[in-house]
Write a protein that binds this ligand. Structure first.
Ligand code: HEM
Length: 280
């Protein structure tokens, strides 16, 4: 089933009726895809800069597609069906992390030759990154303001912001398995980032101490930890690559640059799954 986000993306792409003579290029929309590089300078390395962003955005689209579906699986108690999708997310994240090795071949001097052409454009405005953070449960209302000038996009983001996260539906699955969770967590406003809660930690601890009995929940928890671990590795490599290329200059998006990126690394999506490890 095509979700609202996919329909939105497709509406903005070229429609071709290729029932008769479909080619490889038609099927993949390569004309659109490969004509999406619009360098603003004559510098050789700007193309690499654009390509790594494109590759990252395409993978984010796939991740959102997988997580969206996994959330519905978990809500329907089809945990085993969600595992393949969540494992795929981790594999994609591993690919996304490798992008930094390629981008690190861009030297500070090379980047400085076209950086001023970017104006205020920044990955900070990546709406797919925000949708991903929302899907994982990190809800920052202030980022919605960035998209106020694009009501259609804002509506998509608002919907993602208002929806329960992957972690919210996982906690609901703990309840359905008979594990007690505080009412304040169950009735909480899902538009606010989840904060660590003792009953949630105790429920996950029960799962980890009784792996045979709660095998599927245990598997789910480890899939979530994989995703968070890789997300943090991506953030760390981004921060170090940024430091390597621009040092401690301010970001084009207006933040403190590396100082801001370091702060974001401290954010947990699934805090109890990390805390419980000390107590096992
Ligand atoms: C030379 C390469 C890059 C530099 C110097 C750079 C720099 C920065 C800086 C300084 C920020 C903080 C916001 C700001 O003030 O602009 C930021 C945010 C961000 N960048 Fe990059 N970046 C680079 C490449 C990339 C790539 C390839 C991606 C892939 C999509 C990316 C995605 C993001 C995202 C998603 C954020 C928001 C992070 C958050 O708010 O947690 N960046 N970047």
């Amino acid at each position: 089933m095509q979700n609202k986000h996919e329909a939105f993306k497709n509406e903005r792409s070229i429609h071709t009726d290729f029932k008769e003579k479909m080619t490889y290029s038609d099927y993949l929309g390569l004309d659109t895809l490969l004509s999406s590089h619009h360098p603003l300078s004559d510098h050789h390395d700007e193309m690499l800069f654009i390509s790594v962003h494109h590759v990252s955005e395409i993978w984010m689209k796939q991740i959102l597609h997988e997580i969206d579906s996994a959330i519905r699986d978990i809500q329907a108690d089809n945990l085993s069906t969600s595992f393949k999708k969540l494992a795929r997310v981790s594999q994609i994240q591993a690919q996304m992390k490798n992008v930094w090795d390629v981008l690190s071949t861009l030297t500070p001097a090379e980047y400085m030759e076209f950086r001023d052409k970017l104006g205020n454009a920044s990955g900070f405005q990546s709406y797919q990154n925000r949708m991903l953070e929302f899907a994982l449960g990190y809800k920052t209302e202030y980022v919605l303001k960035i998209y106020e000038k694009d009501p259609e996009l804002l509506e998509i983001l608002q919907e993602a912001y208002d929806a329960p996260s992957l972690y919210d539906v996982s906690i609901q699955a703990l309840v359905r398995a008979g594990l007690p969770i505080d009412e304040e967590v169950l009735n909480r406003d899902v538009r606010v980032t989840h904060q660590s809660n003792e009953s949630v930690k105790q429920a996950w601890l029960t799962v980890y101490r009784n792996v045979d009995k709660y095998w599927e929940l245990y598997e789910l928890a480890e899939e979530l930890v994989d995703i968070e671990d890789l997300f943090q590795q991506w953030r760390f490599r981004h921060m170090k690559t940024v430091e390597r290329i621009i040092g401690f200059k301010r970001g084009t998006g207006g933040s403190g640059g590396v100082a801001y990126l370091k702060k974001v690394i401290d954010q947990y999506f699934f805090p109890e799954l990390w805390e419980l490890r000390t107590e096992l």
